[in-house]
Design a protein around this ligand. Structure first.
Ligand SMILES: N[C@@H](CCC(=O)N[C@@H](CS)C(=O)NCC(=O)O)C(=O)O
Length: 221
């Protein structure tokens, strides 16, 4: 089986692991599947060859023996379904792990993305400063609820699963804002995810791309 994913040629986060290829790399590392990476520029992402795989012109994509996927939820689910290690065997526990994947991308990630939008995309708008605390409070509400459910458990539902992989990946995007650290239980949950050897390998792989891109830019100067 040959797997190729796409990632930013130059990630805007400079290798902090916040671009969404990291979660796909992490899933592949958890299940021990080797993969190739095709790096794409912002321009190439909007061109027909890439749009044929990703209609919204984004990364990551996933290609495997004639199958082409986009959307990290679907990609991680596909990986988890086809390889042992990311979904429990018990039918109910498996469905609950999938539920947590949806909760991560559909309930927790949207307000976190709103924060990025209001800070960066809409940062120069006159109402941005007024909107910021509203968005931050919506995130805090979700984090309080998530904290209450996690309690003192290591993972959301028994063993580590694709649900945790997606949830930790989503929460990681909050770290630069400082809001994650207001919730020590969740900060520790994220740290547990980051400490997994598979995450470490995924992080190192995406960082190597950023370091290479920076070196290339330096050499061109
Ligand atoms: N819901 C999508 C979001 C994909 C996404 O937003 N990708 C970002 C990188 S992390 C991207 O390609 N941004 C560039 C753009 O939208 O032009 C997923 O989970 O795969």
């Amino acid at each position: 089986m040959s797997i190729t994913i796409t990632a930013f040629e130059r990630s805007p986060d400079g290798g902090k692991g916040l671009a969404r290829d990291t979660r796909v790399r992490w899933a592949l590392e958890e299940v021990g599947q080797p993969y190739e990476v095709r790096l794409v520029s912002f321009q190439a992402m909007k061109e027909p060859a890439h749009l044929a795989v990703h209609p919204f012109g984004q990364i990551p994509t996933y290609e495997e023996d004639g199958l082409a996927l986009f959307e990290t939820g679907a990609i991680v689910f596909h990986i988890a379904e086809n390889h042992a290690g990311l979904l429990p065997k018990d039918a109910h526990a498996r469905t609950r792990a999938i539920m947590w994947m949806f909760a991560a991308v559909n309930t927790v990630e949207p307000p976190i993305l709103d924060l990025v939008v209001v800070k960066i995309v809409e940062g120069d708008k006159p109402w941005a400063q007024q909107r910021l605390p509203l968005v931050a409070d919506r995130i805090r509400t979700r984090l309080r609820q998530l904290c209450a459910r996690l309690g003192d458990a290591d993972w959301l539902d028994g063993e580590f699963s694709a649900g945790d992989l997606m949830m930790v990946s989503v929460l990681l995007r909050l770290r630069p804002s400082g809001i994650l650290d207001e919730f020590p239980t969740l900060a520790a949950y994220v740290a547990r995810g980051e400490a997994r050897p598979a995450y470490q390998r995924a992080f190192a792989a995406q960082l190597a791309v950023a370091v290479g891109a920076a070196a290339q830019a330096g050499a061109a100067r």
